[in-house]
Each structure stands twice: as structure tokens, then as C-alpha cells.
Design a binder for this molecule. Structure first.
Ligand code: GLN
Ligand code: ZN
Length: 768
């Protein structure tokens, strides 16, 4: 008998019920009970869907109101002091305060930091560690959900992030992230995990899945020794329960031999994104006391599985691991893919059958399990259909455009026509900006009104003319607003954009869009990633109309606003039938045509956003150089059609720059704005310690939080910035786009930002 499982399931609801419930709760429109009711309903639905599909072991506790790492933080009582939690159980408001920050009369605390989950576009809340930290069991969510599943007769497998990865994913609040603190923290955390495992075992859980995705990153022998110790402690508590250590997103490399000798019952390997895992299995085998959870269906991309080829892989694996020790699974949690591809009735039939979302992946997993167990004949029709789909993808003109291939074969410029020093001179004369120029990152609030107008336009309730008039009006208002605020370099507000990638993708060939294909980005923010299925071209200019309109309304410079090629790639579901680099170059080429058009239209500055450059990082350091080389080349390909008088800006929103500072320099952008405010200004040190010579706008406040910063806070931030960066290189801006915020938050925040800038400017030594 070959069993099947999933490692996690989408939790947001087919109709985004989770988002609506959370937002209603946050705004006070509904109470705690309503929220819990929605949670229970979603869990029941998801468990049932998996059981109905024929999945044998069903994950429990993969549900979360916000983030599974935050759940683990609550579980072990790792609540930072600033939330004034007094022990006991972590209540819902403390939980959300950690996620979102609070500003109440009795409590004023910034949100916890957020960062990308491995190389996905999901963001988790970063745990905070400090010396002497105490941990305690502080949430019953995990146990409650197990009891709930048991009451519904679900073959439940509780899942939670493993202690080793939890600790590694956290961050030492006061510097020194040394092995001592890691060891000390892990000891404390593991003690609580021991209690957790023991309690789950007592409750009768037959299986527990501990996710240790940090094992697909480079690990030192010292860390692996700590890993072993951790699992020795946990194993002592597991009783009859089978403990599985699950990994995803890559191969486990040097950790393999440790992993297979830990006192646990099974390991999970990602055989899609870590094909090397197959070699590891062959080279070192798998001890006979271990089960293998074989991740063979891509859990994070949306392409149909080539079932015959995957069966070949599984057949090969069964030469090492016999049927009874094999569990067929997706390569990762399915939370990274949408629910159901068959709902996408507006996607061309041919393309639609290339797709598999969570529900289709359940079917694939079950078919594969059956085929291994009963033989291929048992699923002959499914295998034939799968082969036909593979064939269609390989040959369809939908995916293959000879003219794009031909264009790419010609050598394209990846250098600006002047040195940076010359450009800086030319641009500074042309732009005439004050010292510490102020700007924003591009978007202004996407209010209900803006979204409603777009919807009415898309559904034909208003004419193109009416819609465009509305956008023009919005642009005119935001230009006037920015002038009134006293901002120096303006933006057009991005009101016409549904999303910074989708907006472009919709105007490029080779991209498809789903109607219901939402995946969680962070908290209640969901995105519908585009599907890049074919060769990319730009049939017509994409942004020139709105950018030139905005510029026509003001003498101040307006930034043209583009999404960079690497970000478009990293925030999409990308075709897996050619190297990602090739797809990225196709997008870059299309953008370079747009840059040239914006220059011709009279724009003086163009921002090419690359917020996702870093999240495309391979998880193994040995592969970074290769990635950065092509990623940087693609950005430069997009930017290099600009003449020297065009100030090229770029924007990145994450805070760890140490490891890519050279790549950032290599982008050769004239100005870069960065997220900074959630990480306490530490990125500045990186810039001050290198010879980075270009202009920088370290974000002066956190736009991910509804909290409005005070003038004094921003002044303090600016003074700290000017301690490490020369004033002539510093720009003042929020740390990201403002589209998710309300006007009530944005206006005072920007007023404070401008007031703070003016105050600091006065204290600067006079420029001659
Ligand atoms: N220009 C974009 C905006 O302001 C950048 C968003 C981002 O960095 N994610 O919305
Ligand atoms: Zn950003």
C-alpha cells in the first residue's frame, strides 16, 4: 500500500473568506466569534476536500489567521516585550498586534518584522530572540485544531514548523546572532516543543510533521550537531506517534546523512525543486526504519504534472524505498498555489489544461500513489491524458514565438551611455532638486472607489472614456496633493494599476491571468500571480499615456514607473520548460522598449522597481553568483535604453542587503529606495561600509503598518541616517508604495515626513 499526503493546503478560502473575516475583525465590524467561526468553516472545507480526493494523511494546523510562523511564536510564548503580554495564553489582539503593530492609548508598538519565506513570495513574521529569553506553552490552537479534526474523523497529521528552523528564521534583537544564542534559544524552544509533542501524542496523533525547510540551505557541522540534539530531545516525547521531518524548496545536501540518522520516523524530500535529493537517496540509501515522503508534484508552481515522467521517478525511488515506506506528496505546502484551475473559464482551453492548482494536484498525487501501488494500467487513461498535455505544451504556438527568439539572439546594450559621475552632473542640473529631496515609492491609496471604478470598467458598466476620465482626475488630484505637501519628485499614483506585475503582464504577450487564482502574500494581502506561459513581447506602449499626462500637470519632475524584469519573473508563475533567465531576458527586452518611449515622451526620471530581486535568490550560496549575474544583466538591459539625462531609480523592499550590496551597485541605478524602517536602520551600515557611490532613499517609515509615525520619530531616523550617509546622497521617502494604506494614514504620515525633512534640512551646513 502506498500512502498519500499533503504538506499543507491553501487556507484563505476559495472566495477569500479568510481575508474578509480578518479585515472585518480588524475594523471592528465583527467580533472574535465570527472570526473563529470562519476559521472552523474553512478548516472543515479543506479537510473534506482532501479526504474526498483520496489523500490519506491530512495536515492540521496548516490553517492560520495570519502566518504559521507567528502561530509558532504564540505557541511557545515568544511575544516580544513591547506588546506587554503578561503570560498565560496569547490572546487574539496580542497576536494581531505582533503582526500589524498597534497604536492605542495604552499600547504603542511597532509590528514585528516580516520577511520572505525562502524563495517564495509568502512573507512570514520574523521571531525575535534575546539572551535569557523564557518560553512557555502559550497557545492551544494546535491542540484545538487537532481535536476539531479528530471530531470530524479526519486522518489528521498535525504540522508545525520545526524548532530548528523556527530558531534559525528568527533574529537576535540585540545583535550577536552567534551559535551560543542559537543554542541557548533552541534549548528553551525545544523544551516547549517536547511538551507539545508529548501532548499531541497523548491526544492520539498518529503522525506529526515538523517542517525544517532550513535544511535545504547551507548548514554547518556545528548546526547539524545542534539539530541532532534537538531531535533527540523531541523523540523522547513522541511515544507511539510517528515524527516526520519535512523539507521543501530544494535539496538537503550536506544535511542528508544527519537527517536520515535522526531518531525520527520519516523524512520528507522535495524531488521537484531539489532533484539532487534523488542522487542523495541513491548514494546513501534510506535506513529501514524510515519512511520517505516523496515530494514529486510541484507544490509551488501551477503546471500540470507530467505523470508518466513522474512515475518513472517514483519507480526509481521504489528501488530504494519499498512501497510500504513510501508516501507520495506535493513538494511543498500547497498554500503557494490557488485552489482550482478548472474555474478559470476565461483562460483559453488549451492553456487551461496545462494548469494544475491545489485541487488538481490532489488528484495527481492520488493517481501517482495508485499507479505505484497498482501499476500503470490502473490509471492508464490519466497517464494518456497527461502525455497529451505535455505534448501540447511542447509544441503549441501559444508558447513558442520565433520572432522573440530571433530578437533575443541579437546583442543588446546593457550599459548606460555615460559614466555615473557624468550622469549625476547632467541629471542634477536638469532636475534642480533641493538637498534631501522627498519622493514616494509610486502608488497612493487604492481606495474602494478606485477598485470599484476598475471593476465597473472591466465588467462593461462604464465606458473606456468614463474610466479614463476617472483615472485622469485621480492623477490630477494626486499631483496637486503632492505639490501641496511639498514633495519634490512626484509620482502619478498608479491608480490605473490593479497590481504592479499584472498591469504590465496584461499588456504583454505570453502572460495569462486568473480570475480566482489568489495566493497569500502576507496576512490578509493576497495576490493573483500572472502565469507566464509563452514567449514575451510588448505589442504597444504600456505606461506612457498616464505618465505623460501626470507630467503635463506640473513643472516638478514626475517619475515614470515600471516594474522590473526580475520582479515580474519572481512574482509570477513562470513556465518551467525553459530556463528562468531566458524568460527574464524576454521581459527585459520588452521593458527597454518602454523606457525608450518614456524618454521620448519627455519624462526626466524613471523608476524600475525590483522589490523581488532578492527573493529570487537560490537557497544555496553556491548558486547566488549565477543568479545575480543574469538578474543584474536583465535589469540593465531594461534600463540601458535610457539616455544619460534620465535619472533611473529603483526600489527594493526588504532589509537584508549585506549579501547583495555588490549586485545592487552593479544595477547602476542612479537612485535606489529601500525598505529600512522595520529593521531598525541596520541596512545603512552596509551602505556606509562599502564604497556605494549613488543616491539612496532609506525608507523613513513603515508603510506595512497602519501606525502614523510622529515628526520626532522621523527626525530621529533622518539624523541616524545622516550619521552614516552624506546628505547629498540621501533621499527621503516612505519605505514602500502606499497603495494598501488609507488616505487618513497617508496624509498625516507624509506631512510628518515633509516636516521632519524641513527641520533636518535647516540643521544642515549651508551648501554653496
Ligand atoms: N511602485 C510600487 C508601488 O509604489 C512599488 C511597490 C513595491 O515595492 N512592492 O506600489
Ligand atoms: Zn516596496
Amino acid at each position: 500500500m502506498v500512502r498519500t499526503t499533503t504538506l499543507g493546503y491553501p487556507r484563505i478560502g476559495r472566495k477569500r473568506e479568510l481575508k474578509h473575516a480578518c479585515e472585518a475583525y480588524w475594523s471592528g465590524k465583527s467580533g472574535e466569534e465570527d472570526l473563529h467561526r470562519t476559521g472552523a468553516m474553512l478548516r472543515r472545507t479543506h479537510w473534506q476536500a482532501q479526504r474526498d480526493a483520496g489523500i490519506d494523511l491530512i495536515p492540521v494546523n496548516d490553517f492560520s489567521f495570519y502566518d504559521q510562523v507567528l502561530d509558532a511564536i504564540a505557541l511557545i510564548g515568544a511575544v516580544p516585550e513591547r506588546y506587554h503580554w503578561e503570560g498565560g495564553l496569547v490572546d487574539l489582539d496580542t497576536y494581531f498586534a505582533m503582526a500589524r503593530g498597534v497604536r492605542r492609548a495604552d499600547l504603542d508598538a511597532t509590528a514585528m518584522e516580516m520577511t520572505k519565506w525562502f524563495d517564495t513570495n509568502y512573507h512570514y513574521i520574523v521571531p525575535e530572540w534575546h539572551a535569557g529569553q523564557r518560553f512557555q506553552l502559550a497557545s492551544t490552537k494546535l491542540f484545538d485544531e487537532l481535536a476539531e479534526a479528530q471530531a470530524q474523523n479526519i486522518p489528521a497529521k498535525p504540522v508545525l514548523i520545526g524548532p530548528f528552523s523556527l530558531v534559525l528564521l528568527g533574529k537576535a534583537r540585540n545583535g550577536n546572532e552567534d551559535l551560543d544564542l542559537l543554542g541557548e534559544t533552541l534549548t528553551g524552544v525545544t523544551a516547549v516543543y517536547g511538551e507539545i509533542i508529548s501532548r499531541l501524542a497523548t491526544m492520539g496523533a498518529s503522525w506529526i510533521q515538523l517542517d525544517e525547510p532550513c535544511l535545504v540551505q547551507d548548514r554547518t557541522p556545528a548546526e547539524l550537531a545542534i539539530l541532532r540534539h534537538t531531535y533527540e530531545v523531541l523523540a523522547a516525547q513522541k511515544g507511539q506517534t510517528k515524527l516526520i521531518i519535512s523539507t521543501s524548496f530544494g535539496h538537503v545536501g550536506e544535511s542528508y546523512e544527519t537527517l536520515i540518522t535522526l531518531p525520527v520516523d520519516g523524512i520528507g524530500l522535495d524531488l521537484v525543486h531539489g532533484p539532487e535529493n534523488r542522487d542523495l537517496l541513491h548514494r546513501h540509501g534510506l535506513p529501514s526504519d524510515k519512511i520517505l515522503v516523496a515530494g514529486v508534484v510541484d507544490g509551488r508552481n501551477i503546471w500540470h504534472t507530467d505523470l508518466p515522467a513522474t512515475l518513472d521517478l517514483l519507480d526509481d525511488i521504489t528501488t530504494i524505498v519499498p512501497h510500504e515506506r513510501l508516501i507520495v506528496a506535493p513538494s511543498s505546502s500547497l498554500m503557494h498555489v490557488p485552489y482550482d484551475a478548472t474555474r478559470e473559464s476565461e483562460i483559453a482551453q488549451e492553456l487551461r489544461q496545462w494548469l494544475a492548482f491545489a485541487e488538481q494536484k490532489l488528484e495527481e498525487v492520488v493517481i501517482l500513489g495508485r499507479a505505484v501501488h497498482e501499476g500503470r494500467d490502473a490509471v492508464a487513461i490519466a497517464l494518456e491524458e497527461s502525455a497529451a498535455v505535455t505534448q501540447s505544451r511542447a509544441t503549441s504556438p501559444l508558447a513558442h514565438d520565433a520572432s522573440v527568439q530571433a530578437k533575443l539572439a541579437i546583442q543588446q546594450a546593457t550599459h548606460r551611455s555615460c559614466s555615473y559621475a557624468e550622469r549625476r552632473q547632467i541629471q542634477s542640473e536638469r532636475l534642480g532638486l533641493p538637498c534631501l529631496p522627498t519622493t514616494t515609492i509610486g502608488s497612493f491609496p487604492q481606495t474602494a472607489e478606485v477598485r470599484q471604478m476598475r471593476r465597473r470598467f472591466e465588467t462593461g458598466q462604464i465606458t473606456t472614456q468614463e474610466y479614463e476620465h476617472f483615472i485622469e482626475q485621480s492623477i490630477a488630484e494626486i499631483i496637486a496633493r503632492q505639490e501641496k505637501l511639498g514633495i519634490d519628485m512626484l509620482v502619478h499614483g498608479e491608480f490605473e494599476r490593479n497590481d504592479m506585475v499584472q498591469y504590465f503582464g496584461e499588456q504583454l504577450s505570453g502572460f495569462a491571468f486568473t480570475h480566482h487564482g489568489w495566493v497569500q502574500s502576507y496576512g490578509s494581502r493576497y495576490v493573483r500571480p500572472p502565469v507566464i506561459y509563452g514567449d514575451v513581447t510588448r505589442p504597444a506602449p504600456m505606461t506612457v499615456r498616464w505618465s505623460t499626462y501626470a507630467q503635463s500637470l506640473t513643472d516638478k519632475p514626475v517619475k515614470g514607473m515600471l516594474t522590473g524584469p526580475v520582479t515580474m519573473l519572481n512574482w509570477s508563475f513562470v513556465r518551467d520548460d525553459q530556463p528562468r533567465e531566458t524568460t527574464c531576458r524576454q521581459i527585459a527586452l520588452a521593458l527597454s522598449e518602454e523606457v525608450a518611449d518614456l524618454e521620448r515622451a519627455g519624462l526626466r526620471a524613471i523608476q524600475i522597481d525590483e522589490p523581488a530581486l532578492r527573493e529570487g535568490f537560490p537557497l544555496r550560496c553556491s548558486q547566488w553568483d549565477a543568479y545575480l549575474t543574469w538578474a543584474v544583466a536583465c535589469f540593465r538591459l531594461a534600463a540601458s535604453s535610457a539616455g544619460p539625462a534620465i535619472q533611473i531609480h529603483t526600489h527594493m523592499c526588504y532589509s537584508a542587503f549585506n549579501d547583495i550590496i555588490d549586485a545592487i551597485a552593479a544595477l547602476d541605478a542612479d537612485v535606489i529606495s529601500l525598505e529600512n524602517s522595520r529593521s531598525g536602520g541596520e541596512l545603512l551600515e552596509v551602505f556606509s561600509q562599502t564604497s556605494y557611490d549613488k543616491e539612496i532613499g532609506p525608507g523613513v517609515y513603515d508603510i506595512h503598518s497602519p501606525r502614523v509615525p510622529s515628526v520626532d520619530e522621523i527626525v530621529a531616523m533622518l539624523r541616524a541616517t545622516l550619521q552614516v550617509l552624506p546628505p547629498e546622497s540621501v533621499w527621503i521617502n516612505p519605505d514602500c508604495g502606499l497603495k494598501t494604506r488609507t488616505w487618513e494614514e497617508v496624509i498625516p504620515a507624509l506631512e510628518h515626513m515633509i516636516a521632519a525633512t524641513q527641520q533636518v534640512r535647516l540643521s544642515l551646513p549651508r551648501q554653496s
